[in-house]
Design a protein around this ligand. Structure first.
Ligand code: CP
Ligand code: NVA
Length: 305
């Protein structure tokens, strides 16, 4: 059987994703109760290719493999032959001979797909210019822990129609909730991704209207990795799209706020927003570990309970 990959949320069915969320919660609870005693991947190896910076993703995958009894290899494109032009497909075939799974953070989503097509071991998207599906596993897990099932709820994306926004759109499809997207003109998510989501997604321009009565509000940086030169223009274009405590006040009384982090205080969020009790971003960041443990386990072993 060919390996299962996780390049976008759409690679898994709604039932499989629902399983992963519950499994992440179980794995987290077991870890808190018993410590890292569940070690199904003794001597197994995850290769982690990073072409962009990371704190959470690297630490969560590396810790996941250590707690599982295995090992993670940090591979910077600067220090491997990938950085000197070795073809992606050749690298995928070589790594498939040695490791049990590969995690990649890169620019081009097409490049990630090319790698996965040549890989005989599972490949995990740890962020491309187009998607960040691992973050959404942690985000839906955090919602579920805080508020129960997300099905039928209303989430609001304020800001850039970027890789995180695209993954929120895919999450709305798979987890069956409503997503209001509020971006300045010119920064909408990709048309094809929006169209495929049908009536799960609405595009709005007014953050006040978008936030009204919402169950969840989330945002991300205005300039993603690779867009650093656009920072000043984006700060001008996104004026009025900052998420503040006052904006959260327009949402439902028990709304929560998520941010994948890193956050830029004073830009996409007010300087004090992460101190507000509605912001559950540290729990969200921690859940990267548990949700990705569920993902690695699923890709290597299938469903275990
Ligand atoms: N949220 C996220 O992916 O963080 P890092 O860039 O630190 O990995
Ligand atoms: N949109 C951001 C997410 C970082 C986790 C970026 O791509 O830089």
């Amino acid at each position: 059987m060919s390996a299962r990959h996780f390049l976008t949320l759409l690679d898994l069915s709604a039932d499989e994703l629902a399983y992963l969320i519950q499994r992440g919660i179980t794995i987290k609870n077991q870890l808190k109760a018993d410590g890292p005693t569940y070690t199904p991947f003794s001597n197994r190896t995850l290769a982690m290719i990073f072409e962009k910076s990371s704190t959470r993703t690297r630490v969560s995958f590396e810790t996941a493999m250590a707690q599982f009894g295995g090992h993670a290899l940090f591979l910077s494109s600067r220090d491997t032959q990938l950085g000197r032009g070795e073809p992606i497909g050749d690298t995928a075939r070589v790594l498939s001979e040695m490791v049990d799974a590969v995690m990649i953070r890169t620019f081009s989503h097409a490049g990630l797909e090319a790698f996965a097509a040549a890989s005989s071991v599972p490949v995990i998207n740890a962020l491309t210019d187009d998607y960040h599906p691992c973050q959404l596993l942690a985000d839906v897990m955090t919602w579920t822990e805080c508020r129960g099932p997300i099905k039928g709820k209303t989430a609001v994306w304020i800001g850039d129609g970027n890789n995180m926004c695209h993954s929120w759109i895919n999450a709305a499809r798979r987890f069956d909730f409503q997503l209001r997207i509020c971006c300045p003109e010119g920064y909408d998510p990709r048309d094809d991704i929006v169209a495929a989501a049908g009536d799960h997604v609405t595009i709005l321009r007014d953050p006040q209207e978008a936030a009204s009565g919402a169950d969840l509000i989330t945002t991300d940086v205005w300039a993603s990795m690779g867009q650093e030169e656009e920072q000043a223009k984006r700060e001008r274009d996104f004026a009025g799209f900052q998420v503040t405590e006052a904006l959260l006040d327009r949402a439902s009384e028990d709304a929560i706020f998520l941010h994948c982090l890193p956050a830029h205080r004073g830009e996409e969020i007010s300087t004090t927003l992460l101190d507000d009790s509605r912001a559950v971003v540290w729990q969200e960041a921690g859940n990267r570990l548990h949700a990705q443990k569920a993902l690695i386990e699923f890709l290597l072993l299938g469903q275990v309970d």
